[in-house]
Design a protein around this ligand. Structure first.
Ligand SMILES: Cc1ncc(COP(=O)(O)O)c(C=O)c1O
Length: 460
């Protein structure tokens, strides 16, 4: 890095420190100025392979030319409307979604995942006349009131009471079963037994991710969704599926629930529906929509059914179907999973590789006397230095699970490059940590911090 870009960099970070409120830990020490396909580029031209599709959303890669053209055209023709006014892109997208899930033909379009779950929970409460909502103890459904109350992965501290009537049961975890020898069906039945004892007879809905991504890429085993729906039916509860990350092809099918042939009562889509632009949807049955309308369902927002994001969503669906990206995700996911399993054979710190299609998790485990969290943190840092962006989610006894979700447009060469970069990062980290653990050398010294920043080469 030359003196000029170093100075610009330092000024950027000091302005960021002065003016930005941190909302989720540290910022990543890489500042993209442009993105294309599966890569991000900084001002100095360093490129980073984006193995999280932005925030698990950019399924078409970054700045897909047809999405760019759609945004340019739509923003110049019909951008935003009074919320009771309809437009062709909105009806077209609702119809296209309904064609994909004929059992859920009624749609409302919103902006974010949290907002869609908020609307879904509100809908479920209104039509059932009940108010208790159940989720998984490792769930993430968003940051707004109702969605946050159903989110157990993080964020429950320091903000006073969340919605009364919020309950959780554990998600199944095949790699780290809570009670070895107890199968998921028994665990699920026990969870509902506890719920029955704690609730006040007002269970309105269960909200679930088919693969709990923020919870550590925990996949609901085949049969689980059917059993969950049966438990819901027995209690006149609705089943809400949140396919923010799994929807629109990522798992190898258009929707993850298709593997199980279990259609929820309410489906929420977000992240992947706009391929990175703010668009979400709530889909439900005719019967639920009719009941909601009779009871005066209200979810009136500034951007409800806006034409510009709807035009984007339509184009996303067109591309995903035309280019058969769900099938592509299955094939690319198999190649990626095979690569990660090869790494697992080479590196003792990889405990598990799991997931479906292009939503994979690689769980780090203690190895060579190193705590797993130290390994996973260092691997992420070094991988970024080498040119790969990935993200660790923590939870339970695990040292962290790396979520790997490249765009569905990823090439074989990009997958192989990503696996190679991870291999190099792990190979570099484990001996380096062992050296740091020698007496008198601490990872937490200022010297180490400076060394790490210098190694990474970005920002203070
Ligand atoms: C499964 C799931 N649902 C909902 C959300 C919330 O979406 P948003 O951040 O767009 O509100 C997330 C975000 O990570 C998510 O992973």
């Amino acid at each position: 890095m030359n003196d000029e870009s170093n100075a610009t960099d330092q000024e950027f970070w000091s302005r960021a420190r002065r003016h930005l409120l941190r909302y989720g830990g540290d910022f990543v020490p890489f500042v993209p100025v442009r993105a294309e396909g599966a890569f991000l580029y900084d001002a100095a031209g360093h490129r980073v392979l984006d193995f999280t599709s932005g925030q698990m959303s950019a399924i078409l890669g970054h700045c897909h030319p047809e999405i760019v053209a759609t945004v340019r055209e739509a923003v110049g023709r019909l951008d935003h409307l009074f919320s009771s006014m309809l437009s062709a892109p909105v009806v077209d997208l609702a119809e296209a979604l309904a064609q994909l899930v004929p059992d859920l033909p009624r749609v409302v379009l919103l902006s974010t995942g949290g907002e869609a779950n908020e609307a879904a929970i509100r809908l479920a409460k209104l039509v059932t006349g009940k108010w208790e909502i159940v989720g998984f103890a490792q769930s993430w459904h968003g940051m707004t009131g109702g969605a946050a109350a159903a989110t157990y992965k993080a964020g429950r501290r320091g903000i006073g009471p969340l919605a009364p009537g919020s309950f959780a049961i554990p998600a199944p975890n095949a790699y780290r079963p809570r009670f070895p020898g107890v199968g998921w069906q028994q665990e699920l039945d026990d969870g509902f037994d506890l719920l029955d004892r704690q609730c006040t007879g007002n269970l309105a809905a269960f909200i679930a991710e088919p693969i709990l991504s923020s919870g550590g890429v925990l996949e609901l085993p085949l049969g689980y969704l059917a059993a969950l729906k049966a438990h819901c039916r027995a209690r006149n509860m609705l089943l809400i599926l949140d396919e923010a990350q799994t929807g629109i092809g990522r798992t190898g099918l258009m929707f993850a629930f298709e593997r199980d042939s279990v259609v929820p009562d309410i489906l929420t889509l977000s992240k992947t529906l706009g391929a990175g632009l703010p668009l979400s949807a709530v889909m439900t049955t005719d019967a639920i929509a009719r009941e909601a309308e009779t009871r005066g369902f209200l979810f009136y927002t500034t951007h409800v059914n806006d034409p510009l994001p709807a035009a984007v969503g339509l184009k996303v669906l067109e591309i995903v179907l035309r280019d058969r990206l769900a099938a592509k995700a299955e094939a690319a996911g198999a190649r990626l999973a095979a690569g990660l399993r090869r790494l697992q054979q080479r590196h003792a710190c990889i405990g598990d590789v799991r997931g479906r299609g292009l939503l994979l998790g690689m769980e780090f485990t203690a190895a060579g006397g190193q705590p797993a969290a130290a390994i996973s943190d260092a691997v992420t840092d070094v991988a970024l230095e080498l040119g790969l962006s990935a993200n660790i989610v923590r939870g339970g006894a695990s040292g962290g699970t790396m979520r790997i979700a490249p765009p569905l447009t990823v090439t074989d060469a990009e997958i192989d490059l990503g696996v190679e970069l991870l291999d190099s990062a792990i190979a570099r980290v484990v001996p380096a940590l062992q050296a740091l653990r020698r007496p008198g050398v601490s990872r937490d010294t200022p010297e180490h911090g400076q060394a790490r920043a210098a190694r990474i080469g970005w920002g203070p």
